[in-house]
Design a protein around this ligand. Structure first.
Ligand SMILES: Cc1cc2nc3c(=O)[nH]c(=O)nc-3n(C[C@H](O)[C@H](O)[C@H](O)COP(=O)(O)O)c2cc1C
Length: 189
């Protein structure tokens, strides 16, 4: 593959945009599918495709918010936090739930399938960022609560939510957070 200066620059500087800075409009459906198509180019040992994605966009938002509200109250999520969850779902034009969907395999351990789902989250996130959208990978109780996942996404027993990728327009890139130095993270064998 040829050296790509733009890609180098993107990866040297990439960062997520906080959900607080995300607003409409969001990408059109055609662009969303193109971006996800690129996002699906992730390492996947054994080609098991141990993931799926669910789009929560303008049309399905109210149903999603209703489930957040009902289940959040049922499990006593802090009211302020619940309000924020609902507000994000309402204000941010596109949310993509990435579901890890491990497959039965005698060869590929489940952990490798989970890692592939994590890779998919980051790859989808990066593909939105590189196309100029603001995006952020979040989890929280909506990812971890079993009943929420079953009701909202029809999760089967082996599945779980690997992450929600929130996508929208943003005005300003907020200041970066401190990043680890390679010298501090890498040792010699
Ligand atoms: C698996 C996973 C789950 C996360 N869940 C949350 C979350 O629920 N709430 C939150 O504020 N940040 C969460 N984060 C962190 C955000 O993605 C955060 O914005 C991220 O650190 C930005 O990093 P970047 O700028 O390098 O992309 C999560 C990160 C990961 C990897």
């Amino acid at each position: 593959m040829e050296k790509n200066e733009n890609a180098k620059k993107f990866f040297a500087n990439r960062r997520s945009i906080s959900v607080k800075g995300l607003k409409g409009p969001g990408p059109e459906l055609g662009d969303t599918f193109k971006i996800i198509q690129s996002g699906l180019r992730v390492p996947d040992h054994g080609k098991l495709e141990p993931w799926r994605a669910i789009l929560i966009s303008e049309k399905s938002k109210y149903k999603f918010i209703d489930i957040i509200d009902r289940r959040g109250k049922e499990i006593f999520i802090d009211p302020g936090k619940l309000e924020k969850n609902k507000r994000n779902a309402l204000d941010i034009p596109l949310i993509i739930a990435i579901i890890c969907s491990p497959k039965e395999s005698s060869k590929i351990p489940e952990i490798e399938q989970i890692l592939s789902a994590g890779a998919l989250c980051l790859n989808v996130l990066n593909n939105f960022l590189v196309c100029g959208w603001g995006a952020n990978w979040l989890t929280g109780w909506m990812a971890h609560d079993r009943k929420f996942g079953e009701e909202a996404f029809n999760l089967v027993e082996t599945e779980f939510v690997a992450g929600f990728i929130y996508v929208g327009t943003y005005d300003e890139t907020p200041p970066d957070r401190p990043r680890p130095k390679a010298e501090d993270k890498v040792t010699w064998f």
